[in-house]
Write a protein that binds this ligand. Structure first.
Ligand code: 5AD
Ligand code: SF4
Length: 463
């Protein structure tokens, strides 16, 4: 067997893509290794969303170049591939700057990876960054079963929203939704393999509008041509053994009535939603081309809470968008305080070459961005801690999926996506893996909870 090492940067979409790259390369004789030194093929799956993404990739490539040279000295060939959004954005430039890279390929091209590796092995430098007409999902091999307890399933890719700060529409291309039947088949396969939680993934996941399965095709009783995300979730919830469904990342203006209602009606749909707001100022939201106002966002949050009163919201914020004034920023702080988030990420605006906001003359000075970020993060951290502390004393179902940091410890996720640790001791900890069990929460920290296994019978079904 040849050895494959993949380093993944960025979002869950990339984590998913990396797993699928491994699936694509398995029939070509590649198995994963944890050590780049041992690899015949090293792939960097890159992210371009913020900060000096390209620079980070080039410095990692510098390290790989030395490993490649050392391998060559021992008479072994190591191929280097760079995929993902930095590869898409850099393209030919990367071949010039790092000629020892054998394969440069964009996020829409990994279904052809085996062929690219073959070409590279024959000494041809490979560059593939086009957006093919054929959706990449269609030609992927059967997903391998890996004894996981939770799985990502990509349902939608790309984005047509063109927020003025964001590279995604340029690196990931136009929006595409997978046919519902394919997603249902993939979900059934992973659940049959032992998975009890799936997370539906997409850059703009709630814009999902995939072809309906043929049983609801025109002429049948239901007659819907396309399904929205709410409809898809209702169908997936019928899969035996699937206890939990999540989806990410959503755009506030695509939260339609059916999806909101699903939060109140579908038991398997977990009471947590990542709903990035980005800013609390209407002026900045308009300049960002976010397509909603603060009032509209607030109303979505209120309707979600009406449908599912215990729903936990998380968010993304950008501070220091070009032209953001002190009062715009105060409005953001104010919105965060009013909404109350269970968890949130916040970032300093980072100018992405090629995006409209990067061209604006009114960029906010770095020190102002830093000061705003510190204030916002202080608020958001305290909200997360408050939320976690309020869980102490409650009994929550936890899906255990990984060993904890200490001996005898197991970790999992609460319905609200919090990390939860229990420490039942060496023997018992392992037996928890893959099960959903009630846990009495005893401690709430900034980023996690601790608890003990509770007595009452489990609510959710384990595999
Ligand atoms: N600068 C800072 N943050 C950004 N994000 C996306 N693009 C930028 C940028 N240019 C953030 C947004 C998004 C998250 C994934 O990354 O908050 O929701
Ligand atoms: Fe980027 Fe906006 Fe699309 Fe999200 S909705 S991927 S922030 S352009």
């Amino acid at each position: 067997m040849k050895k494959l090492f993949i380093k993944t940067y960025g979002c869950q979409m990339n984590v998913y893509d990396s797993a699928r790259m491994a699936d694509v390369l398995a029939p070509a004789g590649f198995e994963m290794t944890a050590a780049p030194e041992a690899a015949d093929l090293v792939i960097l799956n890159t992210c371009h969303i913020r900060e000096k993404a390209a620079e980070k990739v080039y410095s990692e490539l510098g390290r790989l170049r030395a490993i490649k040279a050392a391998a060559a000295g021992r008479g072994r060939t190591m191929l280097i591939g760079v995929g993902g959004c930095v590869a898409q954005a850099e393209g030919e430039e990367m071949q010039h700057r790092a000629p020892f890279v054998d394969i440069v390929f964009g996020p829409q091209n990994y279904q052809d990876l085996a062929q690219m590796v073959e070409d590279a092995a024959r000494g041809t430098a490979v560059l593939k960054t086009e957006f093919p007409a054929r959706p990449k999902f269609d030609s992927l091999p059967e997903r391998r079963r890996q004894g996981q307890t939770a799985a990502f399933i990509s349902v939608q890719e790309g984005c047509d929203k063109f927020c003025t700060f964001c590279v995604v529409p340029y690196t990931r291309g136009a929006e595409y939704s997978r046919p519902a039947a394919d997603i249902i088949a993939e979900a059934r396969a992973v659940v049959a393999g032992g998975v009890s939680e799936i997370t539906l993934l997409g850059q703009n996941v709630n814009a999902y509008h995939g072809a309906a399965p043929s049983r609801t095709a025109p002429g049948s009783a239901l007659g819907q041509r396309e399904w929205g995300l709410g409809r898809l979730i209702r169908d997936l919830a019928g899969i035996d053994g699937l206890a939990r469904i999540r989806y990410t990342t959503s755009h506030p203006s695509d939260m339609d009535d059916d999806l909101i209602a699903a939060h109140g009606e579908v038991e398997a749909l977990m009471p947590h939603l990542h709903l990035p707001v980005q800013s609390g100022s209407d002026r900045v939201l308009a300049a960002m081309n976010r397509r909603y106002t603060v009032d509209q966002y607030t109303s979505v949050a209120e309707r979600l809470r009406a449908a599912r009163p215990d729903i936990a919201l998380s968010s993304d914020f950008i501070v220091g968008f070009p032209g953001e004034s002190d009062s715009d920023f105060e409005a953001t702080l104010d919105l965060a305080r009013r909404l109350g988030y269970a968890q949130a990420y916040s970032f300093k605006y980072s100018a992405r070459p090629g995006t409209p906001a990067a061209e604006r003359p009114d960029q906010v000075p770095e020190d102002v961005k830093s000061a705003r970020l510190t204030r916002l993060q202080t608020e958001l951290k305290s909200q997360a801690r408050t939320f976690n502390e309020a869980c102490v004393g409650r009994v929550m179902d936890v899906l255990f999926d990984r060993p904890g940091r200490y001996r005898g410890q197991m970790a999992g996720r609460s319905p609200y996506l919090q990390a939860v640790h229990v420490t039942p001791g060496d023997g018992e900890a392992q037996a928890l893996r893959g099960r959903i069990l009630p846990v009495r929460i005893t401690e709430g920290h900034a980023n996690s909870l601790a608890g003990t296994l509770a007595e009452r019978a489990p609510l959710g079904a384990g595999p």
